[in-house]
Design a binder for this molecule. Structure first.
Ligand SMILES: Nc1ncnc2c1ncn2[C@@H]1O[C@H](COP(=O)(O)OP(=O)(O)OP(=O)(O)O)[C@@H](O)[C@H]1O
Ligand SMILES: [Mg+2]
Length: 221
C-alpha cells in the first residue's frame, strides 16, 4: 500500500479539495481510501453528502492512532491511502508526513499563502519524505505568476513543485458542496482534465501503474 499525506499548516490552502479529488480519481483505478484526520471533518461530511459512494472515508482523531489505521487498511487490501490533515496541527501533520511515501502541499500562488508555507516546508523537510507543492486556485492563464511563484518556492523554501496544477475553477467549489467531484459535475471540463493529469503524475511519483478498473475498498475500518 502507498500513502500520500496532504499537508499545509495554512487554513483554506486546498487540502481537502486536493484529497477528495485525488482519492476519487484513485478509487476509479484501485482500492483507495481517504483518512480524515481533521476535527472539522470536511472530507467525512463530503462522503456523507455523496451517500458513502467511493472513495471510502474513515476518520482518525489522534496522531497516535494513525499508524494502526494505516496497517489495518493495508491488511484489508487497500492499495492507496490518502491522509487529509488539519491546519495549525503540528503533531498530526508530522505523524502523517512521517508515515507517508509522498507529501503533497497545496498552496495558492498568492503572497500571503507563500509567506505561510515556511512552517510547512520545515515540517516536510524534517520528515525526509519526498514532497511537492501543488499550486491550487490560482489564475488559469498566468504563466508569469506561476514562474515567479515557482522560483520563490524552490529558491526560498527549498521545496519541489508538481508540474500539474489545479487552477481556480468553479467546478471544484460547486461539486464538493454536493458531495461530488469536479469530474463528475463536468466530465469533459478543464478541471476534470487537470485532475486526471495530476493523478497520472502522482502515480508516477509512487511508481504505481494506473489501471482501467478499481474495486471497492475493504469495509470494516
Ligand atoms: N482549484 C480550486 N478552484 C476553486 N476553488 C477552490 C480550488 N481549490 C480549493 N478551492 C476552494 O477553496 C476553499 C478552501 O479549500 P479546502 O477546504 O480544500 O482547503 P483546506 O486546506 O482543506 O482548508 P482547511 O485548512 O480549513 O482544512 C473551498 O471553498 C474550496 O472549494
Ligand atoms: Mg480541509
Amino acid at each position: 500500500m502507498r500513502t500520500i499525506a496532504i499537508i499545509s499548516q495554512k487554513g483554506g490552502a486546498g487540502k481537502t479539495t486536493l484529497a477528495v479529488h485525488l482519492a476519487a480519481a484513485a478509487a476509479g483505478d484501485r482500492v483507495a481510501l481517504l483518512i480524515d484526520t481533521d476535527p472539522q471533518a470536511t472530507a467525512s461530511r463530503w462522503s456523507e453528502w455523496r451517500g458513502g459512494k467511493d472513495p471510502e472515508v474513515i476518520d482518525c482523531g489522534a496522531p497516535s492512532l494513525l499508524a494502526t489505521k494505516l496497517s489495518r487498511a493495508r491488511e484489508l487490501g487497500a492499495e492507496l491511502a490518502i491522509i487529509d490533515t488539519p491546519p495549525h496541527a503540528d503533531a498530526m501533520a508530522r505523524q502523517a508526513a512521517k508515515l507517508a511515501d509522498l507529501i503533497l502541499v497545496p498552496c495558492r500562488p498568492k503572497a500571503f499563502d507563500l509567506a505561510a508555507i515556511e512552517a510547512t516546508a520545515e515540517l516536510v523537510k524534517t520528515s525526509q519524505t519526498p514532497a511537492f507543492v501543488v499550486l491550487m486556485a490560482g489564475p488559469p492563464n498566468a504563466p508569469l505568476i506561476y514562474r515567479e511563484v515557482a522560483e520563490i518556492i524552490r529558491g526560498t523554501f527549498g521545496l519541489a513543485i508538481a508540474p500539474a496544477v489545479l487552477p481556480e475553477r468553479a467546478a471544484f467549489h460547486h461539486s464538493t458542496a454536493k458531495g461530488e467531484t469536479a469530474g463528475q459535475l463536468d466530465p469533459q471540463g478543464k478541471a476534470a482534465k487537470e485532475i486526471a493529469a495530476l493523478w497520472r503524475w502522482t502515480c508516477e511519483q509512487l511508481d504505481m501503474p494506473t489501471r482501467a478498473h478499481g474495486r471497492t475498498p475493504a469495509a470494516g475500518l
